[in-house]
Write a protein that binds this ligand. Structure first.
Ligand code: NDP
Length: 291
């Protein structure tokens, strides 16, 4: 069994991006610039945004954190988005989700200029991705593809079962893995909460992508010997023995499943770190596409 080390792979990617940024700076050009907008004080969201900003600094990007009050109106947020769309010195930006309930997420998403949508959530990018055109691919599925490529995992002709059909993980990874090309050409089955006999599907899969958000859902009896297991799940589970009062669990019962698998991503340290690295990669792409 080989661990798909997302932490190391993400670090390798960051070093590569850092080198690209250093050469941009040596040519006296402005570096790529990413902004992050956060509305409110949700602890997990603040942590995610904080680490995105720190990663920008690490690779030498310019970064801007825009922190707005929980009570910010939809109108004010839309104004801010208009400003960001018009800012010629900004290559890409993200609006951290979830937004407070009084703000319509779809409206906000549609207002983002697709050429700056480094999260790849705008329908224009999603459609372009599905049509195999140049697009910003959502960072988490993009990170999974990168991991599969870097570890040279054969996907062509393999049966892949994706559990979860969300717009940010399950649906896009199922599209990408069924497309022609690298880390693609798989025969993909998408499962969800209405799927019957899920274990029968996963037991016949060469590759299982778990993206549902139920801790340790995938157990050893649900996988076949030698399967590749990608665990996207991140759930905080209360644990008084831990100083933080919780531990992070994936969707896979790692200890029992790992001994049956050929490759497996750990949680933490698997898909999670790749997500931030791919956001940086998308920002660099946004910068390069402008040139
Ligand atoms: P969503 O809640 O949007 O989607 C969950 C999906 O799982 C849905 O399609 C749902 O089906 C399906 N599902 C729920 N219960 C079952 C079940 N019993 N059997 C089969 N399918 C089921 O989640 P996300 O896609 O946003 O996130 C999934 C997990 O990945 C979460 O733990 C999240 O924290 C994590 N995540 C990790 C990231 C990373 O960087 N590593 C990035 C993004 C998410 P239905 O559609 O029918 O409701």
């Amino acid at each position: 069994m080989i661990i798909l080390d997302g932490k190391k792979t993400a670090q390798d990617l960051k070093e590569e991006i850092k080198i690209s940024v250093a050469s941009i700076r040596e040519n006296n050009q402005r570096p790529p610039h990413l902004a992050a907008v956060i509305v409110g004080n949700d602890g997990a969201s603040l942590t995610y945004v904080g680490s995105k900003v720190r990663s920008c600094e690490y690779v030498g990007f310019d970064s801007t954190l825009i922190q707005l009050e929980e009570s910010t109106t939809e109108e004010t947020l839309l104004e801010k988005i208009k400003e960001l769309n018009q800012d010629a010195n900004l290559d890409g930006y993200i609006v951290q989700l979830p937004l407070p309930k009084h703000i319509d997420e779809e409206k906000i998403l549609l207002a983002i200029d697709p050429t700056k949508d480094v999260d790849g959530f705008h329908p224009s990018n999603f459609g372009r991705m599905a049509l195999e055109m140049d697009a910003f691919i959502p960072a988490t599925p993009f990170g999974i593809i990168e991991l599969l490529e870097r570890y040279k995992i054969e996907t062509s002709g393999k049966h892949c079962v994706v559990v979860g059909r969300s717009h940010i993980v399950g649906r896009p990874i199922s599209i990408l893995m069924s497309q022609k090309g690298s880390a693609g050409n798989a025969t993909v089955t998408v499962a969800h909460s209405r799927t019957e006999n899920l274990a029968n599907l996963t037991r016949n899969a060469d590759i299982v992508v778990m993206a549902l958000g139920i801790p340790e859902f995938l157990t050893a009896d649900m996988v076949k010997e030698g399967a590749v297991i990608i665990d996207v799940g991140i759930t905080r589970v209360s644990d008084d023995r831990h100083p933080k009062g919780y531990v992070i669990k994936g969707d896979v019962a790692f200890d029992e499943v790992s001994s049956k698998s050929s490759y497996i991503t750990p949680v933490p340290g698997g898909v999670g770190p790749m997500t931030i690295a791919m956001l940086l990669k998308n920002t660099l792409l946004a910068y390069q596409r402008k040139l």
